[in-house]
Design a protein around this ligand. Structure first.
Ligand code: SF4
Length: 63
């Protein structure tokens, strides 16, 4: 599966980092960092938590 971020919608609030710290981080300028853009299937539950946590609906799972 692949993580696709809508960079226009993302506001760097870090909710996804709290939900899935193994997949997301925030840099010191409040920019989202995707740590693994093509995570293995065992990360799906964490990724779905991050999608649900995003108030901007900026995270899309492909595949
Ligand atoms: S929760 Fe959504 S808006 Fe916030 S940093 Fe993550 S992708 Fe961006």
């Amino acid at each position: 599966m692949k993580i696709v971020i809508d960079w226009v919608r993302c506001e760097g609030n870090g909710a996804c980092v709290v939900a899935a710290p193994e997949l997301f981080d925030i840099d010191n300028e409040d920019m989202l960092i995707v740590l693994d853009e093509t995570p293995s299937e065992d990360k799906r539950a964490a990724l779905e938590r991050a999608v649900a946590s995003c108030p901007r609906r900026a995270i899309v799972i492909e595949g």
